[in-house]
Design a protein around this ligand. Structure first.
Ligand SMILES: Cc1cc2nc3c(=O)[nH]c(=O)nc-3n(C[C@H](O)[C@H](O)[C@H](O)COP(=O)(O)O)c2cc1C
Ligand code: SF4
Ligand code: SF4
Length: 422
């Protein structure tokens, strides 16, 4: 059943019919393709990063990582910003705004000095865009005056953000690089420069694979490859980590967040929303499956809200932020012993092997019946076995054992109820 709840949300003072945007990349290169995306249901876009001049790109420029039979676990690209000139892109943006006045047209820009940032900001503002995104984060620019080299330098981030903010009336989002240990520093610098929002993450510097025959990386360009950006579902945990840290940072409490990195489904998107994002952006999964994935995102999120009795998407923004705490504050007073439901067990032995070779030798294996048994005294409650068992609900969290003198009269069942295994 298709359900359309009101998913609208205000992002940086702009009404968005839903939180789903395309992120700046080849999925939003020109007016024709973006029109198709808008018709499919995307609320807005961040147009492929516009520079003063078009780029000189290499071929091929993509590679994927795989695991067993699953391709596209991660995606590597060696592409820079738009191949078109500023003038060509301005024409496309004008066309789009005229045909889609109610969709949100964010445009990503990138200059190599203050003057270029100002020229770009003025031209895109005059073209009719709704917001600007400052690309401080592309990891494979051939100029060190652009991209993630700038994004790692808070002084430059502050300076270029201010230059843009002083020459536009539009909301400005600064897009951060994950190729840094503390993203809060450039994000705070962007806010000091006047940015209204922060988006994260751009791609992660990577070497996706080495070709064992030709002894070079992939993709191969005339015998060579280069360190460049990794994206897709594999990077989502890293993106969520950065978003958590931005959401928890006192100096960033006034800015709004846009989450990017590995979003394929409505559940992925909701995770970013629960960590404080009012907007989410997608590229790699659209490159793999096409614009239509937004239909499922809209439908899935609508159903979820309906089931939970949530009327406004806004009410879910940030609900999980305070539940991510420092490791030293975690409750370490108990262990949860797994319960094996033998009636569901298919006798594959994976729990036994993993516990023996990768954990604490706490599963005994009966080679005649091909059934496992937990040895409670050896078990530390790590739950590796729950994660390797291929049968749904065959191993579940069982008895809670408190460490000596640390039960504080607590009920173990309440602790188990909080656990989720997918
Ligand atoms: C082929 C490709 C080209 C990209 N080009 C740009 C770009 O021009 N500007 C930009 O800000 N980000 C660019 N990105 C980064 C994406 O916008 C996004 O931040 C990143 O891919 C993570 O999201 P994802 O996992 O949904 O792809 C590009 C990504 C890919 C895969
Ligand atoms: S929880 Fe860990 S230690 Fe205990 S049986 Fe499972 S894998 Fe072994
Ligand atoms: S992994 Fe699961 S199915 Fe396989 S032996 Fe262990 S309990 Fe049984």
């Amino acid at each position: 059943m298709i359900m359309k709840k009101d998913l609208s949300i205000n992002f940086l003072g702009v009404h968005c019919e839903n939180p789903f945007f395309l992120s700046s990349s080849p999925v939003c290169n020109n007016a024709e393709m973006i029109s198709k995306a808008f018709d499919a249901g995307w609320a807005g876009i961040f147009y492929k990063t516009v520079g003063i001049n078009g780029m000189d790109e290499c071929s091929p420029r993509f590679d994927i990582t795989t695991k067993e039979d699953t391709p596209w676990i991660g995606f590597k690209n060696m592409e820079q910003i738009s191949e078109w000139s500023l003038e060509q892109n301005v024409e496309e943006i004008k066309k789009l705004k005229k045909n889609y006045p109610n969709k949100v047209i964010g445009v990503s820009i990138m200059g190599s000095n203050e003057e270029e940032w100002i020229t770009l900001a003025k031209a895109i503002t005059e073209a009719g865009a709704d917001m600007l995104e400052l690309n401080f984060s592309c990891p494979q620019m051939t100029s060190h005056a652009m991209g993630s080299d700038v994004g790692q330098n808070p002084e430059l981030v502050r300076k270029y953000t201010k230059a843009v903010v002083d020459h536009t009336h539009l909301p400005v989002v600064a897009k951060m690089t994950p190729n840094i240990s503390k993203m809060e520093d450039p994000a705070i610098a962007a806010v000091q420069g006047g940015a209204h929002g922060i988006s994260a993450i751009n791609t992660i510097k990577s070497v996706s694979k080495i070709d064992l025959d030709h002894l070079t990386g992939l993709p191969v360009v005339n015998g060579k490859s280069a360190i460049s950006g990794y994206s897709g579902n594999a990077v989502k945990p890293i993106a969520l980590r950065f978003i958590t840290q931005l959401a928890q940072c006192e100096q960033l409490k006034t800015v709004q967040l846009s989450g990017i990195g590995g979003i394929e489904t409505w559940q992925d998107a909701l995770e970013f929303i629960l960590l404080g994002c009012r907007n989410v952006q997608v590229t790699t999964s659209v490159m793999q499956y096409g614009y239509r994935i937004v239909e499922d995102m809209i439908n899935g999120l609508s159903h979820f809200m309906d089931e939970r009795g949530v009327d406004n998407l806004e009410d879910m923004v940030g609900l999980a932020v305070n539940n991510i705490i420092p490791a030293e504050e975690l409750d370490r007073s108990y262990k949860i012993i797994p319960a094996i439901h033998l009636e569901k067990c298919i006798g594959c032995g994976r729990c036994y092997v993993s516990c023996y070779d990768g954990a604490h030798q706490a599963i005994a294996w009966n080679s005649e019946t091909r059934k496992p048994e937990i040895l409670i005294d050896h078990c530390v409650g790590c739950h590796l076995c729950l994660n390797v068992c291929p049968v749904f609900d065959c191993i579940t969290p069982g008895e809670v054992i408190f460490k000596d003198g640390r039960d504080n009269n607590r009920n173990g069942e309440d602790i188990v109820k909080q656990l989720v295994y997918q």
